[in-house]
Design a binder for this molecule. Structure first.
Ligand code: CMP
Length: 139
């Protein structure tokens, strides 16, 4: 089925001017960028976005990292977009990511791993609504 998923180009990637190269990976794989904006997350936005990780030891550092520079939040649309995007990104830890994936090729560390992607269709809907109104998404 055609799905939508939330993607974030993280501060380590925007800092190294990799937004275009990352977007090319999505487009070449058949995903369409149907919404996109470059923003600076507030601490409160980053804390809320990653609230499911609040008890994890890396939560504080993750929030600090996500507000350390601009991010590009985007909605990707396509057949099986949630799973497809996770394939394109590769494993969370770049050390475990498959060749040819974004994280293998661009990520700096398990934290500065260049991209975020929704992990389920249900979370995708929540995460998309967190950043975009309906009229900002143009399919
Ligand atoms: P993301 O897919 O955005 O989801 C949670 C983020 O926490 C993850 O990518 C990493 O940027 C970050 N993170 C830092 N340390 C860890 C860790 N040990 N395990 C999982 N995620 C981590």
């Amino acid at each position: 089925a055609v799905e939508r998923t939330l993607s974030i180009v993280k501060p380590d990637a925007t800092r190294r001017n990799l937004t275009g190269k990352i977007n090319a990976r999505f487009e070449e794989a058949g995903l369409r960028i149907v919404a996109q904006k470059r923003i600076r997350l507030t601490r409160e936005q980053a804390e809320q976005f990653y609230i499911v990780h609040a008890e994890r030891p890396f939560y504080g550092e993750l929030v600090s990292f996500m507000i350390s520079g601009p991010v590009v939040v985007q909605v990707l649309e396509g057949e099986n977009a949630v799973a497809r995007n996770r394939e394109i990104m590769g494993a969370t830890n770049p050390a475990n990511a498959a060749p040819g994936t974004i994280r293998k090729d661009f990520a700096e560390s398990i934290e500065a791993n260049s991209v975020h992607g929704s992990d389920s269709l249900e979370n995708a809907a929540t995460e998309i609504a967190y950043f975009f109104s309906g009229t900002e998404i143009v399919g």
